[in-house]
Write a new protein. Structure first.
Length: 80
């Protein structure tokens, strides 16, 4: 579901999101995720979870097992 933003707010959000996505930490996590998916692709409807080091259902991964994502931080990811 998309957010209802004014054109100016939409441009500002895109710039913020792009800047965040290009930080060294996010780039490392993205590269790690891509490597893992190439080794063993997840079935449809599943995402690779860095914390559990395996493919899990999207709803479980993106919702942090029902606890939301605000408590989760970068320290919980294993990207070695």
């Amino acid at each position: 579901m998309t957010q209802k933003l004014s054109p100016a707010a939409r441009r500002a959000k895109r710039a913020r999101d792009k800047a965040y996505a290009m930080t060294p930490d996010r780039r490392r996590k993205k590269a790690h995720s891509q490597r893992e998916r190439r080794k063993k692709p997840c079935p449809d409807g599943y995402d690779y979870d860095h914390k559990r080091q395996k493919c899990v259902p999207m709803a479980s991964n993106r919702g942090n097992e029902g606890e939301g994502t605000k408590k989760e931080s970068g320290k919980n990811y294993n990207t070695k």
